[in-house]
Design a protein around this ligand. Structure first.
Ligand code: NZQ
Ligand code: ZN
Length: 401
């Protein structure tokens, strides 16, 4: 008798304290030890325009703090290293990241790079797959965050993604030292998001959920039902936030959804894919395209290529998220692919490779870059079954629009 699939064994650990709600930024003053010397990090200035910067400064008026600005979307190693120098020179002992996922990600790198004892901290990112403990972080400056863009869940996970300009590489790193000590989630800070960033955030969140949900059916009802609920919320709340940027309820639902989507909870006990992300990161490294846009361009091709393996979950999603009760599993899986493309397009997200600057002439380069992950980084093949090799990448790209 075939054994019924169930949960993979797991450990669940997430130590980040969440402070959620309107007007919670003043709580910063009690969250960071009074004697700390803080480096506050931020991006290109959105926090100065929307009043978040002033709220943080007011909350920390009795603390000692310096500032480091200019962290760009798809944050860069080269720029982050300037903050590493400041941390060492000024004996910084607390980092406060204020902004979107890019600001938090760069700050996470800074936190371990400032404590790295060898020559080049980039080795912790680019050589992490070697499994050589020399390249693992041993210590980190503690981090707190004030998140202003719901998308990455970097505010409640132990990962970051960093790009190196000189080599056009974009890699991710995960380590338990990287969980923020706390994160403040005030939905009002997201009122000023431009439409395209609200859309990016919703799509990134959606695809985080499906990278963990649309894999093998293992009868994991808890993560499955949470994932389906989160997908439903993204589909129903995103149009409301786009229509009325100050809809607190929509913004609050989107903010908490994005955190819940990638704080490890729905990953526990299930098989995870992440092929869409791996291919997307290579496209961003090549063309500079927004992270979420690359994911939306790859999802249709990946799902079409892997439909047989993912069929049960795609059919389950058709029933439970898109309400299709009739038909075969095959028809339901096709329905999910079609409805997801329609949802993305309906909120203004394109699902074509041309929208992220990729044409047929780039397919070999993308495949070669993925191959480098396997050979140079010694990373395993992609997908929940580790069966997507460089040759498969070309076929996936051919199935994208
Ligand atoms: O730089 P500022 O001026 O702050 O402007 C930002 C930026 O231009 C702006 N913005 C942020 N909050 C705003 C706002 N504008 C107005 N009002 C606000 N409240 O939005 C722009 C994009 O910000 P960014 O931080 O780049 O976006 P996001 O949060 O989507 O982060 C994307 C990065 O995260 C990585 C991606 O690869 C990409 O590099 N990811 C990180 C993950 C993680 N740490 O777990 C997982 C993800 O899959 C993802 O790969
Ligand atoms: Zn993502």
């Amino acid at each position: 008798m075939e054994q019924v699939k169930s949960y993979l064994n797991f450990t669940f650990y997430n130590p980040t304290k969440i402070i959620f709600g309107a007007k919670t930024i003043p709580q910063l003053r009690n969250l960071i030890p009074k004697e700390s010397k803080i480096l506050m990090t931020y991006g290109g200035g959105s926090i100065k325009k929307n009043g978040v910067y002033d709220q943080v400064k007011e909350a920390l008026k009795k603390h000692q703090f310096l500032e480091f600005s200019g962290i760009s979307p798809n944050p860069k190693y080269e720029h982050s290293m300037k903050a590493v120098e400041i941390c060492k020179k000024e004996n910084i002992d607390f980092l406060l990241a204020v902004g979107g996922g890019s600001v938090i990600d760069a700050t996470k790198f800074i936190s371990i790079a400032a404590k790295y004892e060898y020559e080049d901290p980039w080795d912790m990112v680019s050589k992490s797959f070697f499994g050589d403990s020399k390249y693992e972080p041993k210590a980190a400056i503690p981090i707190g965050t004030v998140i202003t863009l719901p998308a990455t869940a970097s505010e409640m996970n132990a990962g970051f993604v960093l790009s190196r300009e000189s080599t056009k590489q974009k890699y991710d790193k995960t380590h338990t030292l990287l969980y923020p000590k706390f994160s403040i989630l005030d939905p009002e800070t997201t009122y000023t998001l431009p439409k395209n960033q609200t859309i990016n955030g919703a799509v990134d969140t959606f695809i985080h959920i499906i990278e963990q949900y649309a894999t093998t059916n293992r009868n994991t009802r808890i993560p499955d039902r949470i994932a389906e609920g989160l997908l439903d919320i993204i589909i129903s709340e995103t149009p409301k936030a786009l229509e009325n940027p100050k809809d607190y309820s929509a913004r609050a639902n989107l903010m908490w959804s994005s955190t819940m989507a990638l704080n490890d909870l729905i990953a526990r006990g299930v098989e995870e894919d992440w092929a869409i992300h791996a291919i997307g990161h290579e496209i961003t490294a090549m063309t500079g395209a927004d992270h979420a846009k690359t994911l939306a361009a790859i999802l249709p091709g990946l799902w079409k290529y892997k439909k047989e393996q993912k069929k049960e979950k795609l059919a389950m999603m058709a029933e439970r998220v898109y309400g299709k009760k009739e038909g075969t599993d095959d028809e339901k899986a096709d329905f999910t692919i079609q409805k997801t493309i329609e949802f993305f397009n309906s909120i203004g997200m394109k699902t074509t490779l041309s929208s992220v600057g990729i044409g047929k002439e780039n397919f070999n380069e993308i495949s070669k870059r993925i191959n480098n992950r396997f050979t140079i980084l010694k990373a395993p093949p992609l997908g929940e079954n580790a069966d997507i090799y460089a040759k498969d990448i070309i076929k996936i790209l051919e199935l994208c629009n």
